[in-house]
Design a protein around this ligand. Structure first.
Ligand code: GLP
Length: 259
């Protein structure tokens, strides 16, 4: 696991944008996109590079990590719509090749299994962008998730519903259930790039990177993956102990020798 500590959220966003740009230039065909606020600055920087520097996403496909059950893709908080308005609408990625779990399916369990099979058949994901919940979740894999889980239906914890209530008019509107790629599904990606900023992420980052491998911190599964880049600002790095092993950068080009 390479841990990159940058000065602030903007720098973290441009480091993640560099990593994605490099992957595309190296021939990546499939991106794994994440919602949440953490990757937004990277998406904005990628959109700027598309507009001003000709970075192209044409020919790529993308898979989302997760989706709320019961929100149609037209709902402003459905992740399918969020990723469209925050990213896809601003680049030349074909919207017809941006896939997400079907949270409106009659048979939600079958929809989750079908989504997992779709990723396995069309993948692997070359670079999977990840955020992290304050409780250590990635995607919507809440604590106690099997470290080998596949895409399935999960019930959100109260903490996660409270954390996400800021995007809705009230907590009552936050769905109870989601479809999320499993931890095993996520780990099928070739390269995992986790971004986290702010002091409220510091405990989760320390547990994920330095804590025991445990379903109590689902993101600790990253310790088993051969190619992980964790990009954090100084605040989110605040509880890391092995600081002599980490990189403190002002700008960063991923170094293949380092992985
Ligand atoms: C959400 C999403 C995750 C996201 C995380 C952190 O619940 N399901 O994919 O990484 O919580 O969100 P944020 O980046 O807004 O802190």
């Amino acid at each position: 696991m390479e841990i990159v500590i940058a000065d602030d959220a903007t720098r973290c966003g441009s480091i993640l944008a560099n990593l994605i740009t490099d992957a595309i230039e190296a021939g990546a065909a499939t991106l794994g996109l994440a919602t949440g606020s953490s990757p937004l600055l990277a998406y904005q920087e990628l959109a700027r590079r598309h507009r001003e520097e000709g970075l192209s996403f044409a020919g790529l496909q993308a898979f989302l990590l997760d989706e709320y059950v019961g929100l149609p893709p037209t709902h402003r908080q459905s992740y399918a719509r969020v990723i469209r308005t925050e990213f896809v609408d601003h680049v030349d990625l074909d919207p017809g090749r941006v896939y997400s779990p079907d949270g409106m399916a009659d048979d939600i369990t079958a929809a989750a299994t079908a989504y997992d099979a779709h990723i396995a058949a069309a993948g692997p994901v070359d670079v999977q962008i990840l955020g992290i919940g304050a409780n250590g979740h990635i995607g919507f894999n809440e604590p106690t998730s099997s470290l080998r889980s596949r895409t399935r239906v999960k019930t959100l914890t109260e903490q996660t519903r409270r954390d996400n209530a800021r995007f809705f008019d009230s907590i009552d509107e936050v769905p109870q259930h989601v479809i999320t790629q499993g931890l095993g599904t996520i780990c099928d990606a070739r390269h995992l790039a986790l971004i986290a900023t702010g002091p409220h992420k510091a405990a989760a980052i320390a547990a994920a990177a330095e804590g025991p491998l445990s379903a109590s911190c689902p993101a600790s599964v990253l310790q088993l993956h051969p190619h992980v880049t964790v990009i954090v600002d100084a605040a989110a790095a605040g509880q890391l102990k092995n600081s002599e092993f980490y990189r403190y950068v002002h700008d960063h080009k991923p170094d293949p020798q380092k992985y």
